[in-house]
Design a protein around this ligand. Structure first.
Ligand SMILES: [Fe+2]
Length: 332
């Protein structure tokens, strides 16, 4: 079990039950690292040091490593329409910046380069769909130093959820930096006289602590409901909990895609149609980001790192959801 900072329970008191905090801590490894048991860890080759060593050796031997690393810094800004039923006119055109899978402490340059690239992107609020840390274990301070570099480039209003690389002990320091972590909780975004319900769940991947129904508890019935989740793996529960749309990440779109646009790995226990880009499950529309950062290796091929700008629009008689129309541009 992770060694919780003394104020963790006090910090979350009145927001989530102590049992929920205890459950997450029980699933983190000793010393604070979010490492689950060996049986579970064994199923995830991205955690094997040998995987990283082998891939690095192959890419260096083929001369592809440096190209892949440059690709991992060529952030693509993608603007999309996010159409929601019952959206108030005041929220028509509201701009939601989504960053995902930042893995901020990959090196000492990533946060600075990302901050520089999004500095000119105007948004009303930002959502970060998990995986702040590069490793799945170790101290959180390098990530916090990197977030201090990135934070001035973000809008004042920032919401986030934890990913499978993240420890619950990150919540107090992130919130001290103005990043509200939704830990199976919700918040209401008020914009002029419009209201949007924004909820977030704990990591559905390793820790299996996502609870969309709890996150939706108490939300008003007459406002659109948007869910943040690290991974699309909880899409069934999200639909059953009555969410209109869901933004997530985790899969990195594969991070390395073969010619023919085929992801080598998606690392998610759900069908591939939910693992990259826009999708729909019954009444729930979703978007799975290709991720802004990289994990295991700091390289990308045929899968640019993504900065998303979702522009909210009210539903038309033709339907609701995430429009298939979008525009992408490389931010240089
Ligand atoms: Fe992840």
């Amino acid at each position: 079990m992770a060694q919780e900072p003394p104020d963790l329970f006090a910090h979350l008191d009145g927001r989530v039950p102590a049992e929920q905090v205890r459950r997450r801590l029980d699933r983190e490894g000793p010393g604070g690292e979010p490492v689950v048991d060996w049986r579970h860890r064994r199923l995830h080759p991205e955690n094997w040091g040998v995987t990283r060593s082998m891939l690095t050796a192959v890419l260096r031997a083929t001369g592809l490593y440096e190209r892949g690393r440059r690709n991992a810094r060529r952030f693509r800004l993608r603007r999309r329409r996010l159409v929601l039923p019952g959206l108030a006119p005041a929220l028509d055109g509201y701009r939601l910046l989504q960053l995902s899978d930042l893995h901020l402490d990959v090196d000492h340059t990533f946060a600075r380069e990302l901050a520089r690239r999004i500095a000119g992107v105007t948004s009303d609020s930002c959502v970060i769909t998990g995986d702040f840390r590069f490793s799945t274990d170790g101290p959180i301070e390098p990530m916090l130093r990197a977030i201090d570099v990135l934070r001035p480039a973000l809008p004042q209003s920032v919401y986030a959820v934890l990913g499978n690389h993240d420890s619950i002990t990150m919540i107090p320091p992130l919130e001290a930096r103005g990043i509200r972590v939704l830990f199976n909780e919700s918040a209401l975004i008020h914009h002029q006289d419009g209201v949007l319900a924004l909820a977030g769940v704990d990591d559905p991947h390793y820790f299996d602590c996502a609870d969309p129904r709890r996150a939706a508890a108490g939300l008003p019935a007459d406002v659109p409901r948007l869910l943040l989740a690290h991974s699309p793996e909880c899409y069934v529960e999200a639909e059953e909990a009555g969410f209109d749309a869901m933004l997530c990440g985790h899969t990195h779109g594969g991070q390395i895609r073969l010619p023919g646009d085929v992801a080598v790995l998606t690392n998610a226990r759900c069908p591939r149609r939910y693992c990259h880009g826009a999708w729909r499950y019954r009444r729930l529309y979703g978007y799975t980001s290709a991720g802004t950062g990289s994990s295991v290796l700091d390289v990308r091929f045929n899968c640019p790192p993504e900065v998303l700008l979702h522009v909210l629009r009210p539903a038309s008689p033709q339907g609701v959801g995430l429009s298939s129309a979008d525009s992408g541009s490389i931010v240089r």
